[in-house]
Design a protein around this ligand. Structure first.
Ligand SMILES: Cc1cc2nc3c(=O)[nH]c(=O)nc-3n(C[C@H](O)[C@H](O)[C@H](O)COP(=O)(O)OP(=O)(O)OC[C@H]3O[C@@H](n4cnc5c(N)ncnc54)[C@H](O)[C@@H]3O)c2cc1C
Length: 352
């Protein structure tokens, strides 16, 4: 079976890799270089507690399943590529804004009072009320993940064509072919995995949601916090992989089309919010600021499965595309190969 995947982000690369392992011939087309979209811009959290507070049953079950796949997935791609991706199950501390919020957190799991939170992260402000301790949360270096998945895909015999954008998908009699500025690509199946741009290709209801992140570098000998920290409208993610030592502070949320310009106001807002949680951050150096586009569907759930004819879609992962990658890769490979059916809540045809 020949499969063409549109988009070499975490979704396209991971699906392509699983399809190759199952014996398919896979080509991925990307309009730029691999893994430079949202996969590059993300914070790399596998936030099964923080991001799933309002999730429905199907979303929670799928995310938790992916979380259990993550250790094996990370070990497998690291072994194939020989490169680490900084997978750490370091937990997350979800800070409460006040005593009432802390009380409400008790139904969700282990709660730490202010002293307990500061014992875990001594640099926290003296007035933190405490928070929910989510030991099961993990993180990866998502930029390394993109590189490593590219290596794994190529080593498994995949063909990756960068700098070749799909311009149109031509559909005739239930089968499709894709057109690029250089010609047509034919295949038994096509997978649209073009992130926030997927909606431009096949009238799929996926739209971009811009997110900005800043990175702070600690003064010499100053440690990073151990776990991910959520509070005051931001998250703080320690990035301590391969000699890099930075704290990511994210992220903004703005529906602004495909604009990825950086806002000095947002930069300052992120920094100020982080400093309320950890006052000593005012001595840390701002080392970077970037933006990316999250792929969002109207109901916030992913679209995973057959769209029509021989066109499949893997999109709409919104804020959790890194977390969901192992589960999406397995599910989509099985769907494309006809081994399983779509999960109804994620059926791409649910929007009519
Ligand atoms: C600021 C921010 C923080 C985030 N933090 C997290 C986090 O902590 N944890 C988490 O799980 N998720 C996070 N996410 C979400 C996550 O990054 C995305 O859900 C995920 O990366 C989507 O992966 P993708 O492969 O579908 O899209 P992308 O990584 O965007 O890849 C899409 C690819 O398609 C290509 N493409 C587009 N159009 C075409 C075309 N016409 N032809 C060919 N190629 C095309 C692009 O060049 C790109 O390489 C974050 C996102 C942002 C923006």
């Amino acid at each position: 079976m020949k499969v063409v995947i549109i988009g070499a982000g975490v979704a396209g690369l991971a699906i392509g890799w699983r399809l190759l392992q199952a014996g398919a011939a896979v080509t991925i087309l990307d309009r730029g270089q691999p893994a430079q979209g949202a996969t590059w811009a993300a914070a790399g959290m596998l936030a099964v507690t923080a991001e799933l507070e309002e999730a429905g049953e199907a979303e929670s079950a799928f995310a938790l399943h992916s979380n259990t796949l993550w250790p094996g997935f990370a070990a497998e791609i690291e072994q194939v590529s020989g490169v680490g991706i900084g997978f750490v199950r370091g937990g997350a501390l979800l800070l409460a804004g006040n005593a009432g919020e802390l009380e409400a957190m008790r139904s969700r799991g282990t709660v730490l009072d202010g002293a307990g939170a500061r014992a875990l992260v001594p640099m926290l402000a003296d007035d933190v009320a405490g928070g929910l301790w989510a030991a099961d949360e993990a993180r990866v270096d998502n930029r390394a993940l993109g590189e490593v998945l590219t290596i794994a895909f190529l080593k498994a015999g995949g063909i990756l064509i960068p700098q070749e954008a799909v311009v149109t998908i031509e559909e005739r009699g239930g089968t499709a072919c894709v057109m690029t500025p250089y010609g047509r690509h034919y295949a038994d199946a096509f997978v649209i995995a073009a992130g926030a741009w997927s909606g431009l290709l096949a009238n799929i209801p996926i739209t971009p949601v811009k997110g900005e992140i800043i990175a702070l570098m600690p003064p010499a000998n100053q440690p990073l916090p151990g776990p991910v920290i959520w509070g005051n409208g931001v998250y703080l993610v320690p990035r301590d992989h391969e000699g890099e030592k930075r704290l990511l502070v994210g992220a903004t949320m703005r529906e602004a089309g495909f604009d990825t310009s950086l806002s000095p106001q947002e930069r300052e807002r992120l920094r100020a919010a982080a400093q309320c949680l950890i006052p000593s951050l005012k001595h840390w150096t701002l080392s970077d600021h970037w933006a990316g586009l999250r792929p969002k569907s109207p109901d916030g759930l992913p679209l995973l499965g057959l769209l029509r004819g021989n066109i499949f879609v893997a999109g709409g992962q919104f804020r959790n595309g890194i977390l969901l990658a192992p589960a999406i890769a397995q599910l989509m490979a099985d769907i494309v190969l006809g081994k399983t059916k779509t999960i109804p809540a994620f059926d791409p045809r649910r929007f009519g």
